[in-house]
Design a protein around this ligand. Structure first.
Ligand code: NZQ
Ligand code: ZN
Length: 389
């Protein structure tokens, strides 16, 4: 294992009924003035909003609502939330939703307190947080990003056409309430998108050095097998509690840093997807599903032994007398087949990309990260986009 320091400050309350059981105690602990943040209104349709409001009312909370957080939250929306929190003098923020709500709340928790322009100082580049952000607690309603147990927040600056994620441990939610039954109402299209995001986070970590025997890779393989199995079960029956609870916890496990310990991490696919998102507002998990197989067809020879291991241990492809290259290739194609099987898109056209989308400009706007097995050039990113089209 490479050297690492590990800490995760988020307290997790997991399971059916956890919101009813614990939320009022958390109001006692963090304060009565709450900025209640949520998305486009799904929580009003599925009853979560009413359930939470009843608890908050009984606990004597004074609530200001910050609603309409969009998928791929924007910096403008962050500023709106920060202003509300300041005027209301909120003690803390309670975010109810998925990655978009949680990420937006993390940025709001900083912008409500800091006197600096947080985009310039903390998203455009890494900054040093020399203040206490407002405390944040979250109620997770969709499995996918794992944002509940990390300090990561992905924000889109629409003006600049940049979607970028930064990870500040000070932004880890203080607590996460995770009731798998809250995810039952997620539309199947979003459920598989979030499920693929889980898989993507694990793969982006697994396909990276060091490849010498390490605990992180073994955990990743178990998590990938679990995610694939439970995603299949949840597609069959969206109200399968076992499947939904496993997916919800797998999404946390994939992004609570456990699988990343001692690993370099790749995240090239995320980088390519985020910039596509900045220009087209495409769905995060769906964008990843389109990109991953094509990206892996480009790089599998650079990490051949690991791709062979992926084929054997994740997809259980028999070795027979296949060459390493044939095995590796079959693993990547098994991933592509799975994407089609669960109904995810396989082309950028399905995400709304057209011949007028400036793919070259988008490729050029990708910040070339070191990658793991190979650093991509802007030309190769463009090739990948074109092959995905
Ligand atoms: O907005 P509402 O009406 O609530 O509807 C949402 C939204 O339309 C809906 N939804 C959520 N829970 C639901 C539900 N619908 C019915 N029933 C429920 N229980 O689902 C839709 C998508 O929600 P969103 O939060 O956008 O999805 P996701 O969790 O995939 O988050 C995506 C965002 O997170 C970022 C992505 O880039 C994207 O901006 N990411 C954040 C990461 C992090 N902080 O660690 C890592 C990821 O790699 C990712 O980049
Ligand atoms: Zn992701």
């Amino acid at each position: 294992m490479n050297n690492f320091i590990y800490e995760n400050s988020t307290k997790v309350y997991f399971g059916k009924g956890c919101v009813k059981e614990y939320l009022s105690c958390l109001v006692e602990k963090y304060g009565k003035r709450i900025l209640l943040a949520y998305g486009g209104g799904s929580i009003k349709k599925n009853g979560i909003y009413q359930e939470v409001m009843d608890i908050l009312e009984k606990a004597g909370a004074e609530v200001a609502e910050f609603s309409g957080i969009m998928a791929n939250p924007t910096y403008q929306k962050v500023l709106e939330g920060a202003e509300l929190a300041r005027v209301h003098q909120s003690d803390w923020i309670l975010g109810i939703g998925g990655g978009s709500v949680m990420d937006c709340c993390k940025a709001v928790s900083m912008a409500a307190v800091s006197t600096k322009d947080i985009w310039e100082n903390y998203w455009e580049k890494m900054g040093i947080i020399d203040f206490e952000p407002l405390p944040l607690g979250v109620i997770v309603t969709v499995a996918g990003t794992g944002s509940e147990c990390n300090g990561g927040a992905v924000i889109t600056n629409e003006e600049r056409k940049i979607k970028t994620g930064r990870d500040y441990p000070q932004c880890n939610p203080k607590f996460a309430l995770m009731d798998p039954t809250y995810t039952y109402s997620v539309p199947v299209k979003q459920m598989v998108s979030g499920g693929f995001d889980i898989l993507s986070h694990i793969m982006e970590t697994y396909f990276s050095e060091p490849d010498t025997d390490n605990v992180s890779d073994d955990i990743s393989e178990a998590l990938m097998r679990s995610t694939i199995r439970n995603l299949r079960a949840a597609v069959q029956n969206p109200k399968d509690y076992t499947a939904r609870s496993n997916l919800l916890w797998a999404s946390t496990m994939a992004e609570n840093r456990i699988t990343k310990l001692g690993k370099k991490c790749d995240f090239e696919c995320h980088q390519m997807e985020h910039q596509l998102g900045a220009y087209t507002d495409c769905n995060h998990g769906c964008g990843l599903a389109v990109l991953h197989p094509v990206y892996y067809r480009h790089i599998y020879k650079d990490g051949l032994a690991k791709f062979v291991r992926f084929a054997e241990n994740v997809w259980e492809i028999p070795r027979g007398d296949k060459t390493d290259e044939e095995m590796a290739r079959e693993g990547v194609e098994a991933l592509a087949d799975f994407i089609r099987e669960i109904g995810l898109p396989a082309t950028l056209r399905e995400l709304g990309v057209t011949e007028h989308t400036p793919l070259k400009e988008i490729a050029d706007s990708c910040n070339l990260s070191p990658g793991s097995y190979r650093k991509m050039s802007h030309e190769e990113i463009l090739e990948i986009y074109q092959e995905c089209y």
